[in-house]
Design a protein around this ligand. Structure first.
Ligand code: HEC
Ligand code: HEC
Ligand code: HEC
Ligand code: HEC
Ligand code: HEC
Ligand code: HEC
Ligand code: HEC
Length: 357
């Protein structure tokens, strides 16, 4: 399903903005009973998907001195003081400046700046890319100096677009269908995924564990397609990607779309090949290649001597018996983003193979 359609159906779904603010309690309230999950979730990149732009945030990215960039006749600078962060461009005679409000992106792949002028939100024309330790043009923006200094800093965003940015990168920016970004909590929290927790906390505090309803969405109960769509609320579902009209290597950014196109997924999916089969959303991403072997071998037989069976429908690999993802889930570089993305279309790749649609 598309995320737009999901949001029209009753019940909780990530990025939904219809719940009222007083129904949210914040992650610290969960720590009393789910301490372990709170401890590890807060160090994930998702928990830092957007942060207020301040000196502490820049220091975390390792950027304590001003960032500079030259495009055409403009000199750009992003400077931080304890009081504020400012973003400016100068053509040598005149300059334009904006105080930054938010930094989007944890800094794993890149960071884009968001600021407000005369009630309109702007997305910065420049982003910081850790792979090159420098600023460069933001993905999707014109890759040369804008014609006038007035347009040098960023692009105005329409209200729906900016509301969607905050919906995927922060918590409680929109409640009771009202967008109030000044009230947002930066990053993805427990309640971004599970929905507002006040009722659950109250019920569990009164009568721990003995409730007929938990008042919380537990995505473990979703069928494989719905489970993948759940992560797709922000990472985009297959249908979202088709509706956006994105093709080619840029789709490597969208794991659900690619995963569901692989033969391992089959026609209706399988709980052994959902996002949560391979990723614990309460833990940082695992980068040890060998640790994913167990996922592949939950379906594939290990040796060519064994034949696929009902509980192991996948054939054996004629080439190797370990480190499966190193060959079958290739990383592709998206040059504009200065980043490599993992192609979730599990497949056989020939040496030098280019991206398979
Ligand atoms: C007072 C203790 C307590 C607090 C506080 C608490 N929980 Fe729970 N939570 C529990 C218990 C106990 C269960 C197991 C209930 C059950 O088995 O149905 C549970 C179950 C859950 C489940 C699974 C629900 C299901 O239907 O299977 C989720 C999701 C969850 N909690 C999320 C949260 C979040 C998010 C917060 C903070 C907003 C939170 N909890 C705060 C005690 C608590
Ligand atoms: C539908 C949900 C969604 C919307 C809307 C959205 N993002 Fe994202 N964004 C994501 C997800 C998921 C990722 C991580 C995967 C990726 O890079 O595609 C991401 C990645 C990023 C990154 C790279 C950060 C990193 O380290 O991975 C930046 C910067 C960013 N988004 C900024 C923005 C800004 C600014 C807007 C609004 C103009 C926006 N996003 C709108 C979901 C969204
Ligand atoms: C509310 C929106 C939202 C939902 C729902 C969501 N994500 Fe994310 N996720 C993001 C954003 C935004 C990022 C980019 C974080 C950053 O700035 O680096 C991200 C990043 C990630 C990363 C990359 C971590 C890294 O090391 O860079 C993984 C893995 C991930 N998400 C897995 C999942 C899984 C699995 C699910 C479903 C259980 C899920 N996400 C659901 C918004 C979301
Ligand atoms: C990115 C989305 C996401 C975030 C953020 C998130 N969860 Fe979960 N949570 C899930 C999913 C998906 C499952 C089901 C996991 C599964 O099927 O294995 C789950 C399961 C649970 C359960 C059920 C028990 C279990 O282990 O199956 C509890 C309790 C829970 N989460 C609490 C929390 C708390 C507390 C936080 C905040 C610290 C949190 N979650 C943050 C997606 C998320
Ligand atoms: C069969 C296992 C598997 C499944 C299923 C899976 N992933 Fe991954 N994912 C990986 C591996 C392996 C990596 C790369 C880890 C590394 O960097 O070493 C990865 C990386 C990622 C990243 C980091 C960015 C990148 O492109 O490297 C995100 C975000 C992500 N997965 C999200 C998802 C989501 C959302 C789903 C469900 C649609 C999903 N994954 C399903 C194995 C899986
Ligand atoms: C839910 C079960 C399941 C899981 C989990 C799974 N696969 Fe598969 N996979 C299959 C099935 C079924 C096929 C199609 C029959 C066959 O080729 O064996 C397949 C096909 C393949 C193919 C052939 C693809 C093609 O286009 O011809 C490769 C390669 C593959 N899987 C590798 C992997 C790797 C690597 C992993 C772990 C990252 C994995 N699979 C996880 C079930 C699964
Ligand atoms: C060194 C790279 C490499 C590693 C590691 C690797 N494979 Fe393969 N795999 C290949 C190549 C190359 C082929 C295609 C062989 C051919 O067509 O002759 C292949 C083919 C396959 C096929 C298709 C078999 C068929 O009969 O159609 C499956 C399924 C598969 N691999 C699964 C896995 C699994 C599961 C693992 C981990 C246990 C794994 N592979 C590890 C390179 C690798």
């Amino acid at each position: 399903m598309s995320t737009a359609d999901r949001l029209l159906t009753p019940g909780w779904w990530p990025t939904k903005g219809s719940e009222s603010r007083d129904r949210y309690v914040g992650s610290t309230a969960c720590a009393a009973c789910h301490a372990q999950k709170v401890e590890t979730q807060k160090i994930t990149p998702m928990a830092h998907a957007a942060m207020p732009a301040n000196a502490e945030m820049f220091a975390k990215s390792g950027n304590t001195s001003p960032l500079t960039f030259r495009a055409g006749s403009y000199n750009y600078e992003i400077a931080q003081s304890t009081a504020s962060s400012t973003y400016s461009a100068s053509d040598g005679t005149e300059s334009v400046t904006a105080p930054l409000d938010w930094v989007f992106g944890s800094g794993h792949f890149g960071q884009t700046y968001v600021y407000q002028q005369k009630g309109t939100f702007y997305e910065s024309n420049l982003s910081y890319y850790p792979a090159i330790h420098a600023l460069d043009f933001t993905t999707g923006h014109q890759r040369s100096a804008p014609a006038t200094l007035a347009k040098a800093l960023g692009e105005p965003q329409n209200p729906d677009t900016i509301r969607a940015c905050f919906g995927c990168h922060t918590t409680v920016a929109t409640t009771s269908n009202r967008f109030e970004p000044s009230q947002a909590t930066g990053g993805i929290t427990c309640e971004s995924c599970h929905g507002p927790g006040a009722q659950h906390v109250a019920a569990m505090t009164l009568n721990e564990g003995n409730q007929t309803s938990s008042f919380m969405l537990n995505p473990a109960s979703l069928n494989p397609s719905d489970s993948v769509d759940f992560c797709g609320a922000c990472h985009r579902t297959s249908l979202d990607v088709i509706q956006m009209g994105i093709r080619g290597v840029f789709t490597a950014r969208f794991p659900a779309y690619r995963l569901e196109a692989s033969r391992c997924w089959g026609s209706d999916g399988d709980s052994r090949v959902t996002c949560v089969a391979c990723h614990d959303p309460h833990q940082p991403l695992v980068t040890d290649v060998a640790s994913y072997d167990k996922n592949c071998l939950s379906c594939h037989v290990l040796s060519a001597a064994s034949k696929p069976a009902k509980d192991h429908p996948g054939a054996a690999c004629p080439v190797a018996q370990k480190d499966c993802v190193s060959c079958h889930m290739r990383k592709y570089n998206i040059p504009e983003m200065h980043a490599d993305f993992t192609d979730h279309k599990i497949a056989v790749h020939k040496r030098g193979d280019s991206f398979q649609e």
